[in-house]
Design a protein around this ligand. Structure first.
Ligand code: A2P
Length: 340
């Protein structure tokens, strides 16, 4: 029997994540009948290459979602809020990379390696949310530990690449770096401070509790994906002058004791993870090694000697690929194989 093929749209196709979604659909040979690349009116007519053809970008409107089976959205929260409910009326399933729908109890929040079963709940609203990039790589690394010995508390600090802010931020880091090393004046438009040769303990807006939205996303999304609201999670999220791949220092307090060696063995068998942990040879996960790949690198795995049941680790993953585009396309693959 011929494999079913799908009418697919990418909304936000001209952006950093949208571009990568297109690359992932192509690389992973997603079964496509037709494809539409959608963005704002500013990009209409721009051509994007897909499977050897130049495809003209169209404006995202209510009409442009007609006869689409699966729409991958990465065009900002407001755009998702406006168009995702409409897509459902048209019989289209939206896989949304924004934060607009993630905490909606009727919308599944899915990392296929962790909670694949949740995909089937999409029929309530016709939307499946892709988690925040920092959350995805953290739960990929923690889920095997959670399943084996339970987790009481997570303390995470992130070192996040500028590509998470979008194309403009990638350009800003490049332009500022070039200006500074040439002793020119630099401009800052994207971040409130210079990002080149600097670290900003500020990702997304500050909230009344003193945390940023990004930090609270890590708290709330982790609990939703692991389906355990009793886990204590506290996060500090930091933007660093790296183009691609987020790094995270994760301290986890488990319910039952587990040794560092047991964690290494567990993670070596886990999907989507590569253990990179030979510190005596200077081998540990690096952003430059994770960039452009889908695997989450885990290393520096060691016992936290300050508590009876604690593990420290360093987790690195490409925020645009596994942290966004690849995860969304993996969800689409699950839909394609099982649910449509
Ligand atoms: P455009 O390039 O036409 O502005 P990034 O996160 O890398 O900045 O990308 C954001 C993506 O979202 C781009 O593809 C951008 O399109 C798209 N986008 C932003 N606002 C809208 C909108 N109102 N309608 C449709 N697409 C939008």
């Amino acid at each position: 029997m011929a494999k079913k093929k799908f009418n697919v749209a990418v909304a936000g196709a001209t952006g950093a994540v949208g571009n990568q979604m297109i690359a992932c659909l192509e690389e992973r040979n997603f079964p496509i009948k037709s494809v539409r690349f959608l963005a704002s009116h500013r990009s209409v007519g721009k051509k994007l290459r897909f499977r050897g053809d130049d495809i003209a970008v169209e404006e995202l409107t209510e009409q442009s979602l007609g006869s689409v089976d699966i729409a991958l959205f990465s065009a900002g929260g407001n755009t998702s809020k406006r168009f995702a409910p409409f897509a459902k009326e048209k019989g289209c399933v939206v896989i949304d990379n924004s934060s607009a729908w993630r905490m909606d109890p009727e919308v599944p929040l899915v990392v296929p390696e962790v909670n694949l079963h949740a995909v089937s709940d999409y029929s309530n609203k016709g939307i499946i949310a892709n988690p925040n990039c920092s959350t995805i790589q953290m739960v990929v690394a923690l889920s095997p530990i959670y399943k084996k010995c339970g987790i009481k508390r997570i303390v995470v600090s992130t070192y996040q690449a500028v590509s998470g802010t979008g194309k403009k931020a990638v350009d800003e880091l490049f332009d500022q770096t070039r200006a500074i090393i040439n002793f020119f004046d630099y401009k800052k438009n994207v971040y409130p401070h210079r990002i080149a040769f600097n670290c900003l303990p500020h990702i997304d807006a500050f909230l009344e509790n003193g945390y940023t939205k990004e930090e609270m996303k890590m708290v709330n999304e982790t609990r939703k994906i692991l389906e355990d609201h009793s886990i204590g999670v506290t996060a500090t999220t930091v933007r660093v002058p790296v183009f691609y791949a987020h790094s995270e220092s994760i301290n986890v307090e488990t319910e039952k004791h587990i040794t560092a060696d047991e964690v290494k063995s567990l993670l070596r068998l886990a999907k989507g993870i590569k253990v990179v942990d030979e510190p005596e040879k200077n081998i540990y996960p690096l952003a430059i090694d994770a960039a452009g790949r889908d695997v989450t690198l885990v290393g520096r795995i060691r016992e936290d000697e300050s508590i009876p049941n604690g593990i420290n680790m360093w987790v690195v993953s490409d925020n645009i690929r596994k942290g966004a585009a690849t995860n969304a396309v993996q969800i689409a693959e699950v839909l394609a194989s099982d649910y449509l």
